[in-house]
Write a protein that binds this ligand. Structure first.
Ligand SMILES: *Cc1c(COP(=O)(O)O)cnc(C)c1O
Length: 365
């Protein structure tokens, strides 16, 4: 692979996204990495069987690892990556988890608890003292900030420093912030987790996950790599190739979506019928609350441009009432809508959202 370390170190993140993970510059060589569709490789080289490694994973892992300031491993989905991270906890171990975070991760922890594999302590991530008080005797703390879907922000520097001081391993789900807005390894995290499905790939056309470990942490990386290989939690080559294609434009997509989100959050806060807006000040996720579950669902149904669908981080804006799922936490208000702001023209988004809120409020009268 092309070595950019001598170019103009350090490359700014927006440039690294574009420049890294490319083939060596030899005359006639492809500029973009080829998609390698082969389950096996001729004996005698570095690669053997494609569950252990695929040349198509490497450029993506190189780009993401550099951006986060560590070394990345790609997985078949965000949940496959989370499951690999939980494998770091020995049977009977103690995991500290947020009371509200991505529902799939919490469901996975709950299942482990019910099976008697681990003990979980749930904490309010916004209460730093309570989080720190939960650390003694724990083996791993799972953090997510900003959280899905409440957009709560944890004091990561304080919590990660406390975890490190007490020898508690930490994992940060960095899906919402992306490495362009937050780099948890530089704040003291041991492992960073991504649902690449969201912002990093950015086009709502694949599922992929990743874990990033500190450059000098060979032991944890080896454990996670062994898990990936033996469980078979590997990404498909084509999905990883698409994810690399998507991550190239992350900086321009996120800058634009964030500028629109900031404007929409400001306008929503002044819109009749909107009771509360949650926007953490950066990123492109917003949550807002209407009068009731019925009005909120009416708003979703009245959107014509914004897509009524689950998931987030794509070029197209999406809206969802999270409590439509029985598995969503009861701490999430019934009337809360999660809005993933895409890269459409902001005035078109505002027209759609403001008419949808007005229509839903009207219907309820
Ligand atoms: C979507 C999501 C996940 C799960 O990732 P998948 O790619 O769907 O398996 C984990 N954490 C957060 C914050 C998410 O939004």
């Amino acid at each position: 692979m092309l070595d950019m370390s001598a170019a103009y170190p350090p490359l700014s993140p927006a440039t690294a996204l574009v420049a890294l993970g490319r083939p060596d510059r030899e005359p006639g060589a492809p500029v973009s990495p080829p998609l390698v569709l082969s389950s096996t490789f001729t004996a005698g080289g570095d690669l053997d069987y494609a569950r252990e490694g695929n040349p198509t994973w490497e450029p993506f892992e190189e780009v993401l690892g550099t951006l986060e300031g560590g070394r990345a491993l790609a997985f078949g989905s965000g949940m496959a990556a989370a499951t690999a991270a939980f494998s770091l906890v020995a049977p009977g171990g103690v995991i500290v988890v947020p009371r509200v975070a991505y529902s799939g991760v919490l469901a996975s922890v709950r299942q482990r608890v019910e099976e008697g594999q681990v003990i979980a302590r749930a904490v309010d991530l916004t209460d730093t003292d309570a989080v720190v008080a939960s650390l003694p005797g724990a083996d791993l703390i799972w953090l997510e900030s900003p959280t899905n879907p409440l957009l709560d922000v944890a004091d990561l520097p304080a919590i990660l420093a406390a975890a490190r001081a007490q020898g508690v391993r930490s994992v940060v789900d960095n899906t919402f912030a992306t490495p362009l807005r937050q780099r948890p390894l530089t704040l003291g995290a041991d492992v960073v987790m991504h649902s690449v499905t969201k912002y990093l790939s950015g086009h709502s056309d694949l599922l992929l996950g990743a874990l990033v470990t500190a450059t000098d942490d060979e032991a944890v990386r080896a454990q996670l790599l062994t898990h990936r290989t033996l469980v078979g939690a590997i990404p498909g080559a084509f999905d990883t190739w698409l994810a690399l294609r998507g991550i190239r434009t992350l900086a321009v997509r996120l800058d634009r979506a964030e500028a629109s989100a900031r404007e929409l959050a400001r306008r929503l806060a002044g819109l009749e019928g909107v009771q509360r807006v949650r926007y953490p000040g950066s990123g492109a996720m917003i949550a807002f609350e209407l009068e009731s579950a019925t009005v909120a669902q009416g708003c979703v149904d009245a959107c014509r441009l914004v897509s009524a669908s689950t998931s987030l981080g794509g070029v197209e804006s999406q809206i969802e009432r999270r409590r439509r799922y029985a598995g969503e936490s009861a701490d999430v208000p019934e009337s809360l809508l999660r809005l993933s702001v895409g890269i459409e023209e902001v005035e078109d988004l505002w027209r759609d959202l403001s008419q949808a809120v007005a229509a839903a409020v009207d219907t309820s009268r």
